[in-house]
Write a protein that binds this ligand. Structure first.
Ligand SMILES: Nc1nc2c(ncn2[C@@H]2O[C@H](COP(=O)(O)OP(=O)(O)OP(=O)(O)O)[C@@H](O)[C@H]2O)c(=O)[nH]1
Ligand SMILES: [Mg+2]
Length: 302
C-alpha cells in the first residue's frame, strides 16, 4: 500500500479494482503510476505497478497474436463457494486447509493465475470451493463471483471490506469474511478486532491457516449459510445411515422420500421420527411433516 496516496491515486485504484477488461486494467494502472506519490517510501509500489503494467502490455500483444484470451472454465458442481480477495492474503492457503486441494502457496503476490478447485466436506455436507486469482490479476474473472452461492472474502484487514464491496455489485451469493493470518496479531489486537467484528455485526471469522485457529467456526458458518439439513434415514430394526441425505431447509417427509427415489413416497405406509422435529422419540408423522436438521427418519413401506 502506498504511503499517503492522494485522491487521484485512490480513484485510479478504485477503477483498477473494478476493471473488467485487460484494456481497462492497463489504463487504470497507467493512471495509478501517474498518480502514485513519488518519494523514497513509494519506490516499491511504483516498481510493482510498472511490472504489472509491463505484464498487461505483454499479455495484450499475445492476445493480439492468438486472437483471444485463454481462461480455464469452472464447471459449477452443487453448492459453490468462491474465495475472493487481494493478492497474498491467504486464499490458496485457506483452500488447502478447507479442502483436499493442494494449490501453490507463496509469499509472491499473484501466485494463483487460474481458478483452483477443491471439495469442502463437513459433517456430511459437500460443497465446491474455487480459489480465484487475486483481484487485480490479469486472469481475474468476476463472472464466477456473480454466480457463486457463497462468496468467502479473504482479508488481512477490515479496510479491505469497503474496497471489495463495489466489485460485488452484481453478485447474489451469501457473503462471509475470513480474516486470515490472525496468528500474526498480538493478543490485544486479536481481542480488539474480535470485539469490533461483534459490535459491527460483520459476518467475519478470525482464522489462521498456520495454527488452524477459527477454522471450525468458519466451517460451521459456511454450513449454516448453506441452509441445508442432514436427514439420517433408518430401516426398521437397524442403525441410522452414516451418510445423511442433504436437502434444503424446510422440506417435508414427502420431499425427503422423493429425494431417495422418485415415487418412493407412494410406498410409505408409516414414518417415524426421532430428533429435533419430533416431540418424542419414534413419533409417528404424516408425509407433510416438516423435517429439521439431524432428524432420524424411519420409513415403513408397503
Ligand atoms: N502467518 C500466516 N501466514 C499465512 C496465513 N495464510 C497464508 N499465509 C502466508 O501468506 C502467503 C500468501 O499465501 P497464499 O495462500 O499463497 O495467498 P493467496 O491469497 O492465495 O495469494 P495470491 O494467489 O497471490 O493472490 C504465504 O507465504 C502463506 O504461507 C496465515 O493464516 N498465517
Ligand atoms: Mg493464491
Amino acid at each position: 500500500m502506498p504511503v499517503n496516496p492522494g485522491p487521484e491515486y485512490v480513484q485510479a485504484e478504485k477503477r483498477y479494482l473494478q476493471a473488467q477488461t485487460l484494456e481497462e486494467r492497463i489504463i487504470a494502472t497507467e493512471d495509478m503510476i501517474r498518480a502514485a506519490p513519488k518519494h523514497k517510501s513509494s519506490e516499491n509500489l511504483l516498481a510493482l505497478l510498472r511490472t504489472r503494467l509491463k505484464k498487461f502490455l505483454e499479455k495484450k500483444e499475445k492476445n493480439k497474436k492468438v486472437g483471444k484470451t485463454t481462461q480455464k472454465t469452472v464447471r459449477k458442481e452443487g453448492y459453490q463457494i468462491v474465495l475472493l480477495g487481494f493478492p497474498n492474503v491467504g486464499k490458496s492457503s485457506l483452500l488447502s486447509v478447507l479442502t483436499n486441494a493442494r494449490p501453490s502457496i507463496s509469499p509472491v503476490p499473484f501466485t494463483t493465475n487460474q481458478p483452483e478447485l477443491g471439495t469442502f466436506y463437513y459433517q456430511g455436507v459437500k460443497a465446491q470451493v474455487v480459489d480465484l486469482p487475486a483481484i487485480g490479476a490479469e486472469t481475474f474473472d468476476i463472472g464466477i463471483v456473480n454466480t457463486a452461492d457463497c462468496i468467502l472474502i479473504v482479508i488481512n484487514n477490515l479496510e479491505e471490506i469497503d474496497k471489495i464491496s463495489p466489485i460485488l455489485a452484481r453478485s447474489y451469493g451469501r457473503r462471509l469474511y475470513a480474516y486470515t493470518k490472525s496468528d500474526l496479531l498480538s493478543q490485544d489486537e486479536f481481542r480488539r478486532l474480535q470485539e469490533k467484528i461483534r459490535s459491527k455485526k460483520i459476518p467475519a471469522v478470525l482464522v489462521s491457516n498456520i495454527t488452524n485457529h477459527g477454522l471450525d467456526e468458519l466451517r460451521h458458518k459456511i454450513l449454516e449459510g448453506m441452509n441445508m439439513m442432514r436427514i439420517y434415514t433408518k430401516e426398521p430394526g437397524k442403525l441410522p445411515s452414516q451418510i445423511p441425505l442433504v436437502i434444503a431447509n424446510g422440506l417435508t417427509v414427502k420431499d425427503a422420500a422423493e429425494k431417495i427415489a422418485k415415487g418412493f413416497s407412494l410406498k410409505i405406509k408409516e414414518t417415524r421420527i426421532t430428533g429435533p422435529s419430533s416431540k418424542f422419540p419414534n413419533q409417528r408423522v404424516g408425509l407433510s411433516h416438516i423435517l429439521k436438521d439431524k432428524d432420524i427418519v424411519e420409513f415403513h413401506t408397503v
